[in-house]
Design a protein around this ligand. Structure first.
Ligand SMILES: [Mn+2]
Length: 325
């Protein structure tokens, strides 16, 4: 039970074969959330003729996918990266991709250091970073500036991704896409300018019920820590963004950290320090939402499972307290 995997591993052998035998001209390597699905819809509108093969990747698997693709001949085709940010050492993969004949375009809205931008810019064909927009919005303005549907997709996605939540459609779709099996359906619908249908509705209602249970369970398991900041740390049972918002409302916290059984954590904060805290623990992200990784021992895993906390809870809360607003 302890070591049971929650999700099936992506079939990398199939992805490798699919790309090697592709008939399309564009490989789109992107993140796995609503922003990424929107960016993918925009790519498919722009490259309807050329054809797009999409790889949805977690932040953690990003370098592995780059490594896989860099072993395949590019033949002048385009590798378009979106909604994924710079990772230390990634330039080696990029150089190899160039040698293999790939055109590389990269669009992202995470925070990059100046030297990272300079380094990557010197290798890739196009780099566009804009922290003021969602990745889908950057893709839409770069690739489909005159397409009405693509612009509307970007509006809805940015509303969700940048936490504005003014458009009711964005909350529904963002939530429905927490189930990865809904990705293709949502993408194909929004490409047609359809943002709501029967399947989206029923998935939404089902997820809402499940999510309410998860949020309650997380609240019961939460530890309230920290001195300068009120930091809530809890095991991760799913729906990190929504659960963090719920904990903030219910427990009046400044920082929320949700820790999964593998040691991966996601962090949200009122002060603009999430990315700084995450960086200390092998991760990164945005000022108000980021993620990282605790190096769990077996004991850490057992304690988290049995007692809903371990040594890392105090560690991250203490580290957060050392950071200025
Ligand atoms: Mn994004």
């Amino acid at each position: 039970m302890f070591f049971k995997r929650r999700s099936a591993k992506p079939d990398t052998t199939k992805i490798q074969a699919d790309i090697a035998l592709r008939t399309v001209k564009v490989v789109h390597l992107t993140h796995n959330d609503f922003d990424a699905v929107g960016a993918d819809a925009v790519h498919r509108i722009r490259f309807r003729k050329e054809g797009v093969y999409t790889v949805f990747s977690s932040v953690g698997k990003f370098p592995m996918y780059l490594d896989i693709i860099s072993q395949i001949a590019g033949k002048g085709d385009t590798l378009s990266i979106s909604d994924l940010s710079y990772r230390k050492g990634i330039e080696q993969h990029l150089r190899r991709l160039k040698q293999k004949g790939w055109r590389i375009e990269w669009r992202d809205h995470h925070r990059w250091h100046e030297d990272e931008i300079g380094l990557v810019k010197s290798i890739v064909d196009h780099l566009h970073i804009d922290t003021g927009r969602c990745a889908c919005g950057i893709c839409a303005s770069d690739l489909t500036p005159d397409d009405v549907i693509a612009q509307e997709i970007a509006l809805v996605v940015c509303d969700y991704d940048l936490w504005k939540h003014q458009d009711p459609r964005s909350g529904v779709l963002g939530l429905v896409l927490q189930r990865h099996e809904n990705r293709e359906h949502v993408r194909d619908m929004i490409m047609l300018g359809v943002f709501d249908d029967k399947k989206i509705r029923s998935e939404y209602e089902d997820i809402m019920r499940e999510m309410n249970r998860v949020m309650e369970r997380t609240k019961r398991a939460a530890s309230i820590l920290g001195t300068k900041y009120r930091t809530v740390v809890a095991p991760m049972y799913g729906y990190p963004s929504e659960t963090a918002a719920y904990l903030r409302k219910e427990l009046g916290s400044d920082i929320e950290v949700l820790v999964s059984q593998s040691g991966k954590f996601s962090i949200r904060s009122v002060p603009n320090i999430s990315h700084k805290i995450a960086r200390e623990f092998g991760g990164g992200g945005h000022p108000n939402a980021a993620g990282g990784f605790f190096n769990f021992t077996l004991t850490d895993k057992i304690l988290l499972r049995l007692f809903k906390k371990n040594q890392w809870f105090e560690k991250i809360a203490r580290y957060a307290d050392t950071i200025q607003k």
